[in-house]
Design a protein around this ligand. Sequence first.
Ligand code: ZN
Length: 441
Amino acid sequence: MGILLKGGIIYTGEPVSDGTQMDILIEDGMIKDQQRNINPEELGKSESEQLEIIDVSGLTIVPGLVDMHVHLREPGFEYKETIATGTKSAARGGFTSIACMPNTKPTADNSGTIEFIKQRAKEQGLVHTYPIAALTVDRVGKEIVEMDDLYSAGAVAFSDDGSWVHDSGVMRTALEYSQLFNVPVISHCEDEGLSDSGQVNEGYLASVMGLSGIPNESESIAVARDVMLSELTGAHLHIAHISTAQSVDIIRKAKDRGVPVTAEVTPHHLILTDSTIQNYNTMAKVNPPLRTEEDVKALRQGIKEGVIDCIATDHAPHSTDEKNVEFDNAPFGLVGLETAFSVSKKALVDSGVLSLSELIEKMSTNPAKLLKLPSGKLVHEAPADLTILSLDEKYTVNPGDFASLGKNSPFAGWELEGKIVATMVSGEFSYRQFGSDDHVV
Ligand SMILES: [Zn+2]
């Protein structure tokens, strides 16, 4: 059965368009046609009889969002999140494709675990789920994984996310091997000698609150080394969740020299500063930590210039019990899938840094390209992965309503604008809040 979406404002992603009213015809999981007006009576008889026509006038349709940095927690930490709940959370957040990090238990450093994740996602997942494999065995930075096996099993990138590969020789070799498969190595840049047991951004507030600090250099020194190794090897390095003005500078200069480096930033680092941790709010305890106003400004400038390629959530669910403890004992991380679009829109579009079509590039087209996924654009014969938005609709964030098992959001109680009303994956709704049957999964 086909679906005809009538009267929506369409952003194509690639080619970049500024939003035009068009009808979209979807058949067999693909975009079959898009025109100013598709008249169902002019379609073939059997085609039109089997057509669901949905009036989406007043709504905005964009290429399905892509999040290349998600912690699904399964296998091993199912009390925090599962592949079923994490992908449901993704669908509610407008994401049609996600890539999940390997810091599970067992670590996704072997083809069996990669195959398990793929299989479980196929059975229970609501969005396309692409596993990222560990870069080193057990993510301890010593021995490089069997990249060949992991790539064949379906890994779309390699990363020791959560830890930095301290040994420069290991990192160099890993980058060299990665070129055989033409996939990015994603680096969590953190010199742990500098971040030590730090809890928050190093600075005035940390001192006043009596918390140990994490200096910007803990990240930027690691970024500098990895950029140099990318330059040395010619391998695609992708830097995860950058948070400092210095990192933006280093990457800008590297890109100017033609180094094949890309970078992502989270929605929370684009809008929150370390002041959010006042009152010892553990929901805002995250790694890298929330930085200063100056860093936020530099990150926004970096994304505007294209120094930062994409937005990724680093969705990191934890149980309520884990977060409801003294600040020092709470784990790092916050959930982001269900607030990512509206928070990013507030940080970047409402403040005039990006246009909506540029935001869509950062949240869909660019991450899809980085991981070589077929999505990220709404064109003829592309997969029908799309997100339908009610752009001006306001809502109040209530983590209790999240599909994610993790309720650890620093945005609880915020009034945000830009609601996800439906998410379509391969031509089928995985989340839908309108139409004949008001079907909410
Ligand atoms: Zn990380």
